[in-house]
Design a protein around this ligand. Structure first.
Ligand code: GLV
Ligand code: MN
Ligand code: MN
Length: 397
């Protein structure tokens, strides 16, 4: 099945009729359908499918005589809420198409090749990005993961059970994986500006998610004089402005994209506001300094509003510099610029766990991601498949 045919298969799955964006949250119907699709695609190619308790999947191509450590490639099939079509699925479909391409070129790998799908890469349901790859690398423990709840209060272990997964089935082992290459749609306009279809990643910026709890006192919206309020919404609003300003001053990124308000009533001063800060910087020190500056301004404002701000880091990932030797050797295969990214990826988790890792990016004409406007031209996708086939051939023969 061609890349185009696989892409057509996936296009309707989890797509919102109103926005055109994707809702492919882990262990929902849409995501289960995608995992079933992947299992079928593996079967149709005679690849041996391995699945674990989280729904992580690897389809193995082990030609007779292939030995030694495996070359792993792939990405994820889940999306952010109302996400684009390409973030994740492009890497999975391209990996399957690259296997097809290698076979049609008559390439016989000397090392096993695995096509992987890691679950909950976006952390859109249980709040921790790259949960599937964190678990298989031991970066996060099963004991802590199973206690996580989604926004409706469903425990992770119950979500797995209702998707038909067996929490006692164990996790994939990456012990025999020698290297990992993830192909991904670019989430900016670097390749557009350079006028090239494919690039290599040099590094991932440090990034983190932080919960900001602003606590005040609920009261009547009409009868409470303005000067008598303890309004956490005010503290929150000022903190959002401070985050934006501090990130601009430092040339970095800070976003409050998620908010919960209690009691969330039009006619009441809120008692509590919780906002989640996503912060990303070009250095670990820069990230720490940015979050500290935002926190300091928020706490100062809380003092003036008679509210209380508590900041809890929920996940913080250090800078990832992709394996220099691997990246240098892949750079000889094409005219691919090396560019950094401020997006997180399973590739970052595997790299931090000591697996030599690299990433390929495919040009995105809009530069937009985590939005229905994310895009890639078919010609560029096919260039990505050819590049990935070259990379896998280099690594596995
Ligand atoms: C994942 O795509 C992230 O960068 O948050
Ligand atoms: Mn993403
Ligand atoms: Mn992604």
């Amino acid at each position: 099945m061609t890349f185009e045919a696989m892409w057509r298969d996936l296009t309707p799955v989890g797509r919102s009729a109103s926005s055109g964006g994707y809702f492919r949250q882990p262990w929902t119907c849409a995501e289960s359908e995608l995992r079933a699709w992947f299992a079928e695609a593996a079967l149709a190619r005679g690849l041996e499918l391995e699945t674990d308790a989280m729904g992580n999947q690897v389809a193995w191509w082990r030609p007779v005589g292939a030995t030694g450590s495996a070359v792993l490639t792939g990405s994820h099939l889940d999306s952010v809420l109302d996400g684009g079509a390409y973030d994740g699925p492009l890497g999975v479909v391209s990996a399957l198409a690259a296997v097809d391409e290698m076979r049609s070129r008559g390439v016989v790998p000397l090392r096993p090749i695995g096509v992987s799908v890691f679950t909950e890469e976006e952390g859109s349901r249980f709040g921790l990005a790259c949960l599937g790859s964190r678990l298989v690398t031991g970066t996060t423990t099963w004991e802590s993961a199973r206690e996580r709840q989604d926004q409706s209060g469903v425990y992770l272990s119950d979500a797995l059970a209702s998707a038909g997964l067996d929490p006692s089935a164990g996790l994939l082992s990456l012990a025999d994986v020698g290297c990992f290459v993830e192909l991904h749609v670019e989430q900016g306009r670097d390749l557009v500006e350079r006028d090239v279809a494919v690039g290599l990643a040099s590094q991932i910026w440090p990034h983190g998610r932080y919960r900001f709890d602003f606590v005040g006192a609920a009261n009547h919206a009409g009868t409470t004089r303005m000067e008598d309020r303890h309004d956490p919404m005010l503290t929150y609003a000022m903190t959002v402005l401070a985050a934006n300003k501090q990130a601009r001053l430092a040339g970095q990124r800070a976003t409050f994209g998620r908010l919960e308000v209690a009691p969330n009533a039009t006619n009441a001063v809120p008692s509590r506001v919780t906002g989640w800060l996503d912060a990303r910087c070009s250095s670990d020190e820069g990230l720490a300094a940015l979050v500290e500056a935002i926190t300091t301004q928020g706490v100062d404002r809380a003092g003036r509003d008679a509210t209380v701000l508590t900041v809890t880091p929920e996940s913080v990932s250090s800078a990832v510099h992709f394996d220099p030797a691997l990246v240098a050797s892949l750079a000889t295969l094409g005219d691919w610029p090396q560019i950094p990214t401020a997006a997180g990826h399973d590739a970052g988790i595997l790299s931090a766990a000591g697996i030599p890792t690299a990433m390929l990016f495919v040009r995105n004409p809009t530069g937009v991601s985590h939005s229905p406007a994310e895009a890639a031209e078919m010609g560029d996708c096919l260039a990505g498949v050819a590049a990935l086939a070259d990379v896998l051939t280099e690594l596995a023969t």
